[in-house]
Design a protein around this ligand. Sequence first.
Ligand code: ADP
Length: 491
Amino acid sequence: MKVLSVASEMFPMLKTGGLADVAGALPGALAPLGVQVRTLLPGHPKVLAALDAGAKVVAEWPLWFGGPARLLAGAAAGLDLLVLDAPHLHDRAGNPYLDANGRDWPDNAQRYAALAHAAARIGWGELKTWKPDVLHVHDWQGALVPAYLHYLGNGGNGGKKQPATVLTIHNLAFQGQFNAAVWPQLGLPDEAFSMHGLEYFGDVGFLKAGIQFADAITTVSPTYAHEIRTHRDGMGMDAMLRWRQAAVSGIVNGIDTEVWNPATDALLPARYGAQDLAPRLANKREIEKRFGLTADDSSPLICMISRLTEQKGIDLVAQHIDAIVATGARLAILGSGDAGLEAALRAGAQTHPQRVALRIGYDEPLSHLLQGGSDAILVPSRFEPCGLTQLYGLRYGCVPIVARVGGLADTVIDANDAALKAGVGTGIQFADVTAEGLLEALRRAVQLFRHQPADWLRIQRNGMAADVGWRSSAAEYAALYARLVAKESHK
Ligand code: ADP
């Protein structure tokens, strides 16, 4: 099975979000299952710099809207890459999507159309030496690939079999919608600018095109796959997704269980395993020291590691700091984002200096310490395609307290009475992302922590035993590819 993954970013070369982690982890997880993955990336300076010395030019494909472009094949960080090297599109340092002022690059439509078109050419066999069975494209940046295959495939490939296509949606909030003025730059026939093609309320919709034409549409958890088909969470795409219902499924993300392993994590002052959680106390003391919180072993130390946005429910926390402190919990918050939310949290921390502390910034080592020493991690998101911090929490015995949405609902088992009796709870969920829902969840956490230490320990250990790696999710992707290829060969 040969798969071309088409992504706009990939860990460890270039990362702005979870897409990069998935693109970086899946090839390694799929290899033992007999799936060979090559990844097509744009030639961002960081990607070109990471390519090893053996990289070769395998095609020269000047762009139809002008400018040279070539395709490089090589490896970086042990990953098998194809890189679209079109300097006028991608030779820009910094964030791949935004200019120095934080605005979308004005030619983003052309930039990712060029990437998708190159993927389609590889897909219909122009490389001669390597032709994928499946094109697995990610988010709006890859979403034109199924459209190019649909409209140009038969012309370009002399009638050869098309590869199957999978579109993975990592966050439906980003849809790649552009003014119709970009249309002539996309190299598609005019008939494609219609309701049944790429047109979306008068604009050009890249993600819409992918939803329209991909053979399979996945997102990063089963619950999010359901939610995006509802009016409430569908962000204007729900009707399309309902129409493609039979093609939609959810596969949860895994985490790197080597990087995130409390038994070997060099970023922790004290390492530990599920058998003996006592060393976590030394980590907690270090957090209290670094955050300036008073040690109080009757009060659970609850961390948050998050972008500070409304999606993540940070406003709710900021507005109810007094009530949160009144539950008996202490808060250590690490994050950055919305300036207003930062200010509101800072004010809360000033009111409760012993009980609430805030660190603004992005600090990977500190995030490990927080997972390795806090009693719990709070994730009150309004929507959450998959979420990673609750998975790290499970692995580190840092009990996740989560809103019952998206991937949070799928990866945490609520430790209600029945679950406690059955010995299966791994965290605490709350259904309503409201002050009352949040406070009730915190009260339950404080009660369990303070008065039911055996149950608390059981919850921690259940979480640490949960399967949060990539193995089972990779098997689901492999099974999906196999189903699509079998279907394609019967066409
Ligand atoms: P999203 O991708 O929506 O921001 P996820 O939970 O899927 O949310 O992934 C967020 C990732 O970023 C996690 O790996 C988390 O640990 C990390 N992270 C978020 N904020 C910070 C921060 N301030 N410092 C360190 N790591 C952070």
